[in-house]
Design a protein around this ligand. Sequence first.
Ligand code: NAP
Length: 246
Amino acid sequence: MKRIVIIGASSGLGLKSALLFAEKGWKVALAARRTTPLQIVKNQYPDSVVFSQIDITSQDAPQRLLDLIHKNGGADIIFLAAGIGWQNADLDLQKDLQTVTTNCLGMVNIVNTAYHYFANECYGNGHIAVITSIAGTKGLGISATYSATKRMQSCYLEALEQLSQIKGHNIHFTDIRPGFVKTDLLDPSRSYPMLMSVDYAAQKIVSAIIARKHVAYIDWKWHIVVALWRLIPRCIWRRLSIKIES
Ligand SMILES: NC(=O)c1ccc[n+]([C@@H]2O[C@H](COP(=O)([O-])OP(=O)(O)OC[C@H]3O[C@@H](n4cnc5c(N)ncnc54)[C@H](OP(=O)(O)O)[C@@H]3O)[C@@H](O)[C@H]2O)c1
């Protein structure tokens, strides 16, 4: 039985992915700060689901992750779906700092621990998947900190992929980069272009993880957008007024 640990499984993409892995017969360990949604998944799949409360920004997050992995009987894949973000054109400092704390410090807490787990307890074999974003592929003015933290996440994964090679480990990485998905992360009063349903996006994410893709754009239309906007030179990019209207 394949085993996955999903952190950030209490809503949105993490929750839907958890249900899809459980449906496929995987052993699934769930974590988030809110545990009521995790208990609901466990009630649905009592024999194959375990869960634990983890705040990825807290000092005890690494130990809690290891405890959860062991409660699950080990892990073949550790999947980080936790993250926060806002549009923050007013540069509210508290929002910016919370975003950095969760998406950077919290992500390193989990991914670093996952790397050590696979290196030390699984003879250097394993698979780490993280939901980053297409927002990390270009600096987006209306979500500057979110965009920068997502770039940091992608860069960290790319670097660890190389480190794994250098150290002779067989630790695989999947960087999942969705476009807009209708989850609690988005402001419901705004309308977003090429918005995907959570069901559709989670199915694509689960397939990308199982296929062990290195980088997965969700979906192909967003891959084209990213390819096109990467061609835009900085002298033009800085003049573009990219906004999400209410
Ligand atoms: N929705 C989109 O359009 C979109 C696009 C690109 C990328 N993404 C990325 O996809 C990931 C999932 O977001 P989503 O859209 O599914 O939003 P969501 O429904 O708000 O889910 C976010 C998840 O992260 C967890 N989380 C947040 N802070 C946490 C913390 N400190 N410790 C542990 N868990 C924490 C939340 O659980 P608790 O609150 O219970 O802790 C929740 O389960 C995020 O990294 C987001 O940046 C989303």
